[in-house]
Design a binder for this molecule. Structure first.
Ligand SMILES: *[C@@H]1O[C@H](CO)[C@@H](O)[C@H](O)[C@H]1NC(C)=O
Ligand SMILES: *[C@@H]1O[C@H](CO)[C@@H](O)[C@H](O)[C@H]1NC(C)=O
Ligand SMILES: [Cu+2]
Length: 322
């Protein structure tokens, strides 16, 4: 009796997580199969969405691996924004990171703690207070004689600062599965790889959907939607663009080469030896979704790379397997 109680008590602590025995100092190969996590969602109401995205560092966990990354609103996965054609979308972007320390040269990896916001898929103005991140690039390609920093400084939200974006979606805005991400020149790759990217869904109008689609879509059947943010956030192989290579260049201090594992190598070495370059789904390694036979769901996939192409295919189901 006592021993079974003791077992139960130990189990409450240790058996709750399948990865309990592994940690940063005692790594083991990733297993996959955790229950799928849906990112938090925030939806527009009566044609309006007001929300805050706060950028700071936070600890994120993949199975047993804990990383310190720049994130939105306290961790992975970033929240999903759900809007509709004609909406007013007001995003307050707050930068709670600390000072950058070094200024760095233009057109190099720099400013790990400066950010801004860019959206994909919205037909909105390229000027403040909407999405101005492409203005400078356009000028540069038109007039290559100008260096990137010469003319129109695009909006940047410095450490401790904030900016209120107001996106005005028009009535013809196509529905779709889009995304948002940080886009400060010099820090874009680093911050998106770090996790500063999220889903932006423009919902279909109900009367514009065929019944079959409406039956697996918001607003009536949100539970049938499966939003997936696919990103190469673990990228610890030997590569010019690997995450630690960019951390070195941009001067990030949250490194894995000062953590020593029980094999007496650094955690970074361990990850590189195990070729930890996996794509994550909503910040998880190969999570599991269970569906009933014949059930239909609407998967919404976004590749937040940051540089990789994805070839996505369905595997033939295994016959005779439940
Ligand atoms: C960036 O912000 C983090 C979190 O506040 C801070 O620890 C770090 O020193 C800041 N500067 C750099 C260069 O990372
Ligand atoms: C661990 O590795 C370091 C550096 O490679 C070495 O100096 C040390 O002797 C090793 N310790 C053990 C217990 O093997
Ligand atoms: Cu982009």
């Amino acid at each position: 009796m006592t021993s079974s109680l003791l077992f139960l008590a130990l189990c409450l602590v240790a058996c709750g997580s399948a990865h309990a025995q592994c940690s940063n100092t005692s790594p083991c190969p990733f297993k996959g199969g955790d229950d799928f996590i849906t990112p938090e969602e925030t939806s527009s109401v009566d044609g309006k969405l007001d929300m805050t995205l706060t950028v700071d560092v936070s600890d994120v966990t993949v199975e047993w691996l804990t990383l310190t990354r720049r994130t939105y609103n306290g961790g992975w996965p970033s929240p999903t924004l759900r809007v509709r054609a004609g909406d007013r979308v007001n995003v307050l972007l707050k930068n709670e990171l600390g000072e950058n320390q070094a200024e760095g040269e233009p057109n190099t990896f720099r400013h790990p703690n400066t950010t801004n916001l860019h959206v994909h898929g919205l037909h909105i103005s390229p000027r403040e207070p909407q999405d101005d991140v492409l203005i400078q690039r356009k000028l540069t390609s038109l007039y290559p004689i100008f260096t990137l920093d010469c003319c129109y400084p695009i909006l940047q939200v410095n450490p401790g600062g904030e900016y209120q974006y107001h996106y005005e979606l028009n009535e013809l805005q196509p529905a779709g599965t889009y995304w948002y991400h940080a886009h400060h020149h010099g820090a874009t790759y680093f911050q998106v790889a770090s996790g500063l990217a999220g889903l932006l869904i423009v919902e279909d109008e109900e009367n514009s959907m065929p019944d079959e689609l409406a039956a697996i879509s918001c607003p009536k059947h949100c539970d049938k939607e499966v939003p997936m943010l696919l990103g190469k956030m673990l990228f610890y192989g030997q590569d010019f663009f690997s995450f630690p290579a960019i951390q070195d260049q941009i001067g990030d201090i949250f490194l894995l080469d000062d953590i020593v594992t029980d094999e007496n190598i650094t955690l970074l070495d361990w990850l590189e030896r195990h070729d930890a370059t996996q794509y994550l789904t909503n910040g998880q390694y190969v999570p599991k979704i269970s569906m009933q036979p014949g059930e239909i769901r609407r998967f919404r996939l976004v590749n937040v790379g940051p540089t990789d192409m994805l070839e996505i295919y369905l595997e033939e189901p295994k016959r005779g397997n439940a």
